[in-house]
Design a protein around this ligand. Structure first.
Ligand SMILES: CC(C)(COP(=O)(O)OP(=O)(O)OC[C@H]1O[C@@H](n2cnc3c(N)ncnc32)[C@H](O)[C@@H]1OP(=O)(O)O)[C@@H](O)C(=O)NCCC(=O)NCCS
Length: 307
């Protein structure tokens, strides 16, 4: 049986093991782009809690499948940042131990009135972004009566090589307005970036490099990494583009594509909220294709009612 313990701060003797678990998961999940957790990030809410899940030694796990796996201390890590009764969750299970019921068992145990979620004062619901919409996250949500409350599509467009982006008459020469050096990346959806996969975080972090503000209006952040090989992904993100005519949005993004392609990027990444019809239409028109759906799940916390 797994055991869990809550901590205000990650205990010193588990820091290295949690880091090891997350590094192993990041490498295992890199291609799929699944969510990660960031134990030492600043708190995004009023309070934070860290949950360390341990696995008994081999032979004491109550399952032949689990007993075949190596001895580990920490088998899963969960962090929750609480604000106004809502807990933003980051949760990762060690890859070797996945699909064996660890997350399901943990969430069952967390129904405990005294030790589980209900032990956190005023916590009414929890929510978390599943990047790459992990099938297990979906099944867990169904089992624990969760709902999908938000979504973001990651779309990509190959550049250069055999699929260059070619300017047409609407794609005038790009206008570089300023290179501010440091602009924090725009939020596609609330807290979407907090648990994004490390590879995607690197791509997003490049957004600080360039800032377009052409005649049609709107602004665009684009980012390439001058230190990376030419096949690096570039990220582009419209800012305050709501209300922009579709043609202007198209020109803005086309200019961004020309810039990053000119700088040697071989792929552009654009995050699109599915309800933003203009951005969705423009991204399709410019050759972006859907790469993955990121879904935000919400679960209500059950508490015993006292009469
Ligand atoms: C998502 C995650 C936490 C699930 O942990 P887990 O211990 O593997 O989950 P479980 O074994 O308890 O399985 C949960 C459910 O998913 C199903 N499942 C597990 N792995 C699956 C897979 N690869 N494909 C399809 N379904 C899967 C299980 O059958 C179970 O569903 P059921 O109860 O209806 O049968 C784990 O895969 C993980 O750490 N993923 C990377 C980080 C991440 O995506 N976090 C999500 C944050 S919301």
């Amino acid at each position: 049986m797994i055991k869990y313990s809550w901590h205000e701060r990650l205990p010193a003797d588990t820091v290295a093991e949690v880091a090891d678990l997350l590094a192993e998961a990041a490498s295992y999940d890199a291609e799929a782009g699944f969510s990660t957790a960031v134990p030492d990030a600043p708190a995004s809410g009023e309070t934070s809690a860290h949950l360390v899940v341990s696995m008994p030694p081999k032979g004491e796990r109550g399952s032949a499948q689990l007993d075949r796996l190596p001895d580990v201390g920490v088998v899963a890590y969960l962090r929750v940042d609480i604000s106004d009764g809502v807990g933003d969750v980051q949760f990762v299970v060690r890859p070797l131990f996945r699909s064996l019921g660890v997350a399901t068992l943990l969430f069952e145990l967390l129904r405990d009135e005294d030790l589980g979620w209900a032990s956190i004062p005023n916590l009414e619901s929890i929510r978390g972004w599943a990047h790459g919409s992990h099938p297990a996250a979906d099944r867990m949500s169904a089992r624990f009566n969760g709902t999908v409350a938000d979504a973001v599509f990651k779309t990509i467009r190959e550049l250069g090589g055999s699929r260059p982006f070619v300017a047409d008459k609407t794609n005038v020469e790009p206008v570089l307005v300023q290179e501010p050096g440091s602009v924090s990346a725009p939020v596609v959806a609330e807290l979407h970036q907090v648990t994004i996969a490390p590879g995607d975080r690197r791509t997003l972090s490049r957004l600080a490099t360039l800032f377009l503000e052409p005649e049609g209006g709107g602004r665009l952040l684009v980012g390439t990494d001058p230190d990376e090989a030419s096949n690096a992904a570039a990220c582009i993100a419209p800012l305050n583009a709501q209300g922009l005519k579709r043609d202007s949005l198209r020109t803005l993004i086309a200019q961004g594509l020309l810039i990053v392609q000119g700088r040697g990027a071989r792929m552009a990444v654009l995050y699109v909220p599915p309800l933003d019809e203009d951005l969705l239409a423009v991204s399709r028109d410019l050759g972006f294709v859907h790469e993955q759906s990121d879904l935000r799940y919400v679960l209500a916390i059950e508490r015993a009612t006292s009469f």
